[in-house]
Write a protein that binds this ligand. Sequence first.
Ligand code: NAP
Ligand code: F7E
Length: 336
Amino acid sequence: MQTSKRALITGITGQDGSYLAELLLEKGYEVHGIVRRSSQFNTSRIDHLYVDPHEARARLFLHYGDLTDGSRLVTLLEKVQPNEVYNLAAQSHVRVSFDEPEFTGLSTGVGSTRLLEAIRMIGLECRYYQASSSEMFGATPPPQNEDTPFWPRSPYGAAKVYAYWMTRNYREAYGMFATNGILFNHESPRRGETFVTRKISMAVSNIVAGKQDFLYMGNLDAVRDWGYAKDYVEAMWLMLQAEEPSDFVVATGTAYTVRDFLQFSFEHVGLDWEKYVRFDERYLRPSEVDSLIGDASKARDVLGWTPKVLTPELARLMVDADSKTIDLRTELPAQL
Ligand code: NAP
Ligand code: F7E
């Protein structure tokens, strides 16, 4: 399908941003992304999409910016004039949010307000997507859907609850097309290396290659509903094509423990996970989210969205991907 639409993605260098950019480019969008200035390039997940902007065929454009810099968001939105804005930028690591609660609030929480307010200030007519999270449900027992009360258990979860309500408030107060996607955990070979699934898939490939002896982990009893990031960015796009702005849970509806994910991953290469996994309390959280299992009936009924890849297959595809790239990887600092 070809379109002349223009999208702006914050967090384009992250896991979801890279898959969403791919999807929108495939659909014929002109895609603009906000990139944080860093002392080294931080665009490895989107380098394969980049075309020199001097070439006529270029449709992906990158701009320096940061969600903690409100005036920059104003100038950028004014310049780009996007039809759709996807706010994916965040300090997204739950464990890290306990170490950096203030920065997490400033970026993951107030960052969303800066973006919404910039859109309102310049009078931009656009559709807005907020990357909300199942972490907002926290301690409320599963299954969780759009009507489930929030009970966040981390500074990250609390910041996302604030951003969720600001998104709803801009919809209700100013009539903005502002939608929350409440996404449950979603993973891929592009997942950050310190999230549990990727930590496991990398360790399995390292152990097979003789580069690692043991894997140190925290709470293996946590239950999660793990889907595939590539499926989930499709849901983000569908939400902005809907007739009305609303809020949608996106999940597979299945439940596995961290222990199950270990078993799927090690089993795939013929190893017994219990011989390699050791406990380290460093990976426990001051307050844990025990169980997240989503009910995505609304996304199925209204958007026609269903997941294609479920957790066991996801574990296998991540191990396969990490096994292929093992020689290209650098070692992780042990404490992460
Ligand atoms: P991710 O891989 O951690 O990517 C986060 C992105 O945000 C990166 O591009 C990062 O830039 C950028 N960023 C961080 N702080 C920023 C700031 N102050 N200003 C501008 N950009 C900033 O996260 P993800 O897994 O793709 O998730 C995307 C979004 O969905 C996040 O908001 C996350 O909280 C939310 N979410 C994720 C899941 C999940 O399971 N993956 C589930 C629910 C919700 P750098 O590359 O420079 O670090
Ligand atoms: O932990 C347990 C840990 O860090 C999953 C983010 O994308 O999804 C993600 O948040 C579970 C937790 O993801 C280790 O205690 C055990 O119970 O992969 P995670 P998360 O905290 O669920 C939500 C939906 C988001 O929105 C977030 O942005 O695994 N666990 N041992 C461990 N976790 C890590 N990271 N490392 C361990 O060694």
